[in-house]
Ligand binder design. Structure first.
Ligand SMILES: [Zn+2]
Length: 288
């Protein structure tokens, strides 16, 4: 999951953007503001560059040494992603309810990922009686989680947050095949968005993202990017979805150097239990 300091900081001015219609001038200003904020963050030492290239000073094994706030990356006991051993997962009653709705969304080409953000009320999920609002979704190529040791071509993360700031993420694994309808609906905008830019997407409901997995896995983990903060409730769908090679290529090309392969290696379970639960069959949403 990607939701680091940088992105958190960028969210502060979202409210005001809902009021006006975007123009090219507005977009340029947004891009500039974004760059400036990024530079300030670096200058203040609030975050240091990290990447996914093993053996480099910013690679995954070094994240803990890049900032005093990131020590939990190597030292934490609840780190993500993990390998899911299907036979080792124990049954638990279903506690997940999904209720997304149409809301204005933005495509953000940020520091290290392509993100669809919902600054307003886009609905969300209920986990164990607590409500988590949908904030954003983004992709990892290849997948971060593995099932029985198998890695997939991509993984979509839907990030939710409750009133106390706790996160719940739903991950969907994807393998090369038929195009993914959600990415297909964004293709035109994905081709338009430049580095450090954002584009208004109009109203989008996350219910248009294919899910409908009867079997699901649950465990307690962390952000998969620095600062690797723990306390994240993870749900991984067992049903693997398809994505076309062209769509993977499109997303990878938008990720900058060091982030084309943006999957953190799997982390040790350190005694954690992985749970499995079943959801009632959902009616699949289809794009017309
Ligand atoms: Zn992610």
């Amino acid at each position: 999951m990607l939701f680091g300091l940088f992105q958190t900081e960028l969210r502060h001015d979202h409210g005001s953007r809902l009021l006006g219609t975007s123009t090219n001038v507005d977009n340029s200003r947004k891009a500039l503001n974004r760059s400036l904020k990024g530079m300030q963050a670096v200058t203040k030492g609030e975050y240091e560059p990290f990447n996914y290239i093993d053996g480099t000073p910013g690679g995954p094994k070094k994240w803990g040494s890049l900032s005093p706030d990131w020590k939990i990356c190597p030292e934490g006991k609840f780190q993500s992603p993990i390998n899911i051993d299907v036979l080792g997962a124990h049954d638990t009653p279903s506690d997940l309810k999904r209720a997304y709705k149409d809301a204005l969304a933005e495509l953000v080409n940020g520091y290290n990922n392509i993100v669809v953000e919902w600054p307003g009320d886009a609905g969300g999920i209920e986990v164990n009686g607590s409500t988590y609002k949908l904030i954003q979704c983004h992709w990892h190529t290849p997948s971060e989680h593995t099932i029985n040791g198998k890695k997939f071509d991509a993984e979509l993360h839907l990030v939710h947050e409750n009133d106390m700031g706790q996160k719940a993420v739903i991950g969907t694994l994807q393998t090369v095949g038929e195009p993914d309808p959600f990415i297909a609906s964004l293709t035109e905008k994905l081709k338009m968005v430049g580095e450090n830019e954002e584009i208004d997407l109009g109203n989008i409901s996350a219910s248009s993202i294919r899910y409908g997995s009867k079997k699901n896995y649950r465990y307690s983990g962390s952000f998969t990017t620095p600062p690797c903060k723990e306390g994240v409730i993870w749900t991984i769908a067992d049903k693997v979805r398809s994505v076309s090679q062209d769509q993977i290529k499109l997303i990878k090309e938008l990720h900058r150097r060091g982030f084309q392969e943006n999957a953190r290696p799997v982390q040790s379970l350190r005694g954690r239990q992985v749970w499995k639960f079943e959801l009632p069959e959902e009616k699949e949403y289809t794009h017309s």
